[in-house]
Design a protein around this ligand. Sequence first.
Ligand SMILES: [Fe+2]
Ligand SMILES: [Fe+2]
Length: 216
Amino acid sequence: MTVPTAPTEGANMYDELIAVHTIMRRGAELTADAFARHAAGEKMRTKTLLSTANWLVEFVHHHHASEDELFWPVLRELFPAKVAELDGLTAEHEALDAELRRLGAAIHGAGDEAAQAAQAAARVRDLLVAHLGTEEPALAEMFPQVPDAEIVRLRKAIVDGAPRSGPDLVFGLLEDPDRPRGYALMMGAFPPPLRWLRPVLLGRYRARKKALGATA
Ligand SMILES: [Fe+2]
Ligand SMILES: [Fe+2]
């Protein structure tokens, strides 16, 4: 008889990763939609648009860097047959980074550059969605097999190096419109003083969406 076992640290880490990916997918969509409205001449708070786009650029870049520098080396060691697949994911990170840099450059312009920023934001969203669609099934297979001690070390390194900007976006996107798998695990990883701020941060998130002209 097989005795049911508790999920491994790696299986939990995969669920947390899904929560982080959900934040990125929703953030990229919010940003792309806001830039499209801005380029169409809709009035909005430019300062909010810039801070949202800057947050997205930093958050996505940081996530890729932690995968390339921390996760992939561990996975390459454990799964030599997957090296080419991991290299492919890193190449997609590079392509996305190039697009994030274009978005970063365009958001500091005006006039015609509004159209360029809208285009770059849409490209970031599309590339990101495609990338996560390839990455998630690959990692779903590998993560649960990673030894617990390795996952504990990786989690600590990720938490220590995580960007501190835009906590309202992190909390808001994590539950708008619903809570993804891994929500509770991710909330549990935040320091309690930050968790206590949840209602304040959700209020700020709603104000931000309104300033960006988002209706839903
Ligand atoms: Fe990822
Ligand atoms: Fe990735």
